[in-house]
Design a binder for this molecule. Structure first.
Ligand SMILES: Cc1cc2nc3c(=O)[nH]c(=O)nc-3n(C[C@H](O)[C@H](O)[C@H](O)COP(=O)(O)OP(=O)(O)OC[C@H]3O[C@@H](n4cnc5c(N)ncnc54)[C@H](O)[C@@H]3O)c2cc1C
Length: 326
């Protein structure tokens, strides 16, 4: 039985996603404790050069670069990961809980018969083995889960769960040619990429999120202006997205994105469970709501009970003068 750790490196628009460096940094710490080797796997088309950027984080970087991997397909990526797992025999396979990760890893874990823990936010290793931190019931309870008698373990972590450290390894790049099987039942007709140039919500360190309390799509300009000053990304509740005030890519929550920023500011967001499930692991939560009983205050480190149209313009002015003063 293998004991190595394998990180699935997810690429987007020709770059390695930031969250992978978080995973590589945490895996580096774990692999030292487990006295195991660190393997990174990059699958895609024209991605070979990206391997150079992670040689300091892994002992071996397996690159699978082929036309067939141009677009993500669950069948092809699952099959490739299975073949790599059989060849390199890692014990622990780690990936990010992104849209792709949520599609790939349950399928892949089932295929290889591994214990699977999804959407985790932490991991520890003690004399009893691995302990994985996983929020449940919409973050109301933090559970610690341990894989039992498993030959292999697959875990996905929410972006922003770990700090990025500098890598100190000098990994070997290995080019693999994998004959990935396509499921004939899947016919990928076309992929239309959105035009958005926005930072991925899941990778944003700071998020300012507007809910229905913003009253009008025009009022989101105020959030954009504040976001610009503090380098934040604007998010939205589903009520806002359903009203077509913001695009779906901005939606945080059960049917949107799961985020774990350093700072989440909720403006006119009630804090319904389906929303908080997507943001409850934010490091610091600030809530602005005129209803003192709004559920969002149960998650807030700092709460402001007031009309957001009083608070946000004042906040913007404060931020501008603070920036001027340096
Ligand atoms: C299956 C399912 C999946 C779902 N998925 C998601 C999801 O992914 N994401 C999500 O967000 N929701 C989701 N929902 C919907 C969710 O249950 C809530 O309906 C939604 O989050 C409410 O959005 P909101 O907080 O913006 O609006 P509201 O609940 O209407 O809250 C608006 C808040 O603004 C406050 N407010 C109003 N005016 C002001 C003002 N001037 N100043 C300050 N505060 C003010 C009010 O006090 C209120 O608390 C889902 C629901 C279901 C059933």
């Amino acid at each position: 039985m293998g004991k190595d750790i394998c990180i699935f490196i997810e690429c987007k628009d020709g770059n390695i996603r930031k969250t992978n460096f978080e995973l590589l940094s945490k895996a580096d710490e774990l692999s030292k404790k487990m006295a195991s080797n660190l393997l990174a796997v990059i699958i895609g088309k024209d991605i070979s050069s990206l391997a150079d950027g992670i040689t300091s984080y892994a002992d071996r970087i397996v690159v699978v670069d082929d036309d067939v991997f141009k677009d993500y397909r669950c069948d092809v990526f699952t099959d490739t990961m299975e073949k790599i797992t059989k060849k390199y025999d890692p014990f622990l396979i780690i990936g990010a809980s992104t849209i792709t990760g949520k599609d790939l890893f349950p399928r892949f874990a089932a295929r290889i018969g591994a214990a699977f823990i999804s959407d985790a936010t932490g991991i520890e290793l003690d004399e009893k083995g691995l302990k994985v931190r996983k929020p449940i019931y919409g973050g109301k309870i933090i559970s610690w889960v341990s894989p039992k008698n498993a030959e292999r373990v697959v875990i996905t972590f929410r972006p922003n769960s770990f700090a990025i450290e500098n890598g100190k390894r000098s990994g070997e790049i290995i080019k693999e040619k994998i004959d990935a099987e396509m499921d004939p039942r899947i016919n990928l007709i076309n992929i239309t990429k959105g035009q958005s140039k926005k930072v991925d919500l899941q990778e944003a360190d700071f998020i300012i999120c507007g809910g229905r309390g913003m009253k009008d799509p025009e009022n989101f300009k105020l959030l954009e202006e504040i976001a610009e000053i503090i380098g934040a990304r604007v998010g939205a509740s589903r009520a806002v997205v359903d009203s077509k005030w913001r695009d779906y890519e901005d939606q945080i929550g059960k049917s949107g994105k799961t985020v774990s920023p350093k700072l989440y500011i909720g403006c006119g967001v009630s804090g319904a469970l389906h929303h908080t499930m997507g943001m409850d692991t934010s490091k610091v939560v600030v809530a602005i709501n005129k209803d003192p009983n709004a559920l969002i205050f149960q998650y807030a480190d700092y709460g402001i009970v007031d009309d957001l149209f009083n608070i946000l313009p004042a906040l913007k002015e404060e931020l501008i003068s603070a920036k001027k003063e340096g």
